[in-house]
Write a protein that binds this ligand. Sequence first.
Ligand SMILES: [Zn+2]
Length: 276
Amino acid sequence: MKRKKRSIPHRVRDILIFLITILGIARMYRRWAKKNGPLVRVLVFHDVHDREWFELMMETLTKHYHVITPEDFHAKHFHPNRINVLVTFDDGYASWETAVQSVFKENELRGLFFINSALMDVAHNGEWVELFMRERLLISPRAPLTWEGVQKLHDAGHTIGGHSLTHPNLTNLSEEDMVREILDDKHTIERHLNTILTDFAYPFGTRAHVSEAVCESVQASGYFHGYTTVSRFVDFDEPFSIPRTCIENESTPHELKRWVGGGYDLFVILKDICVR
Ligand SMILES: [Zn+2]
């Protein structure tokens, strides 16, 4: 597997996370976090470029952690002594159907897939897809998932969640537009799948993209959980601020373990303190 060269800031970050882990600081952090109950980590992937790499990631997770299903997560069925890991995906990419689904099937895993319904609506129109990827997801264009793909994931026992119609920064919208983005998306997906959605992932998901008004609107739309991209172990006292840790394509198994183990959380906390 060929690996792209990382930028200097990313290399510095990775060295700091490595040090945080080998010096035992992450272990102390886990001990502290465990006082509130079993350790639960939610991961988020996006487009999976390389099936082999994803297979390696899932092998690492199943070997070292207790990988749970969305149902386990909702019912709080956790292993008391191991790190429980839920695997989620954001936006809607064809690779979920071509790569992720088969790896999940082989490993008997279940995932939570958050989709933008407006992207599914234009999935068969190349020009619109390109525009959506560039303007809404802020990425270079790639193949999107389709409604047929969403149906296949749903039929295979995976859980589908909402991610807004068009992936805006919800905090910038008028209340009317915010409600439309959240509620119309939910109703559209529910109509397609003939099911009720309970999970919503905030577009972008950082603290700057999730306000109290946004959380309240998600709750008022009938969702039970809201997922951010703020990396921490899960605290169930805040069901509309469920933290998630983004896993970058090309991460190594060692890096994945450091991020699941809390090294990345501590790096972010340290960075926030230094920047303040
Ligand atoms: Zn997204």
